[in-house]
Design a protein around this ligand. Sequence first.
Ligand SMILES: Nc1ncnc2c1ncn2[C@@H]1O[C@H](COP(=O)(O)OP(=O)(O)OP(=O)(O)O)[C@@H](O)[C@H]1O
Length: 273
Amino acid sequence: MHTPNIISVTGLCNSFGDQIIHQDLNIEVRRGEILGVVGGSGTGKSVLMRSIIGLQEPDAGEIRVFDEGMIGKEVDEATDVRRRWGVLFQGGALFSTLTVAENVQVPLREFYPDFSKELLEEIARYKIFLSGLPPEAADKYPSELSGGMRKRAGVARALAMDPELLFLDEPTAGLDPISAAKFDSLTRDLKETLGLTVFLITHDLDTLYSICDRVAVLADRKVIAIGAIEELLAIDHPWINEYFSGPRGRAARRGHSDQGETAHAKTQQLGRS
Ligand SMILES: Nc1ncnc2c1ncn2[C@@H]1O[C@H](COP(=O)(O)OP(=O)(O)OP(=O)(O)O)[C@@H](O)[C@H]1O
């Protein structure tokens, strides 16, 4: 049967020695949505992402991606699924000795060793264009780029294989507010134009309000709530209350509703002229 869930995690348990990170965690990501994943530092957001993409062997649980069971699969066995996703790790994780174009070609070379040099270069140029970088960034090394440009280079690489699913781990961390807002727009545009599903780990309240369809909250070793922000605001949990209704949460909500009002006013103004 065709499932609308691109990712389905059931009963996930992860621990490191005595430290239990996840206990009976469940989460589902629907086709075509941007799911924001939030939670205090150390609640296991990155470990969850690493479990889903097969970099962390869980103690227990079931993980299905594109309706394929992922637990216990060897890297080779998961190739067909792995090529359908792209990942932007925290900090970009670019190879410092390779140019941006060469970085983008890394996954292509892995999955398509027979592609010609010209084809690899052409695909890399197109992915760099999609990421919003100028063409001349292709020949630069990561150290020659700003933080925001490095993130975009990481996105270009994540898009190399034409993924249907994108994992973004704190993409706006360390960016100034203008670059962060531009990055949010890029994520939303990519989702809309390429039909992507996005699993987005973030601490950035503006990102949640401006681009996420639903938000999952990690606390107490599991996903304690998942839904649209308005739905989460109705939940009485200390972390959710503090996060969404603390000073920053209130400011982000105000900013978001102001933007809505400004857009509405502009539309009305245009209507009058
Ligand atoms: N390889 C590892 N070995 C031991 N402990 C680990 C390992 N990876 C993560 N941890 C621990 O697991 C916990 C969750 O880490 P994780 O990076 O998933 O948190 P996070 O929610 O993404 O945090 P942040 O928001 O600060 O990035 C932390 O206490 C971390 O120290």
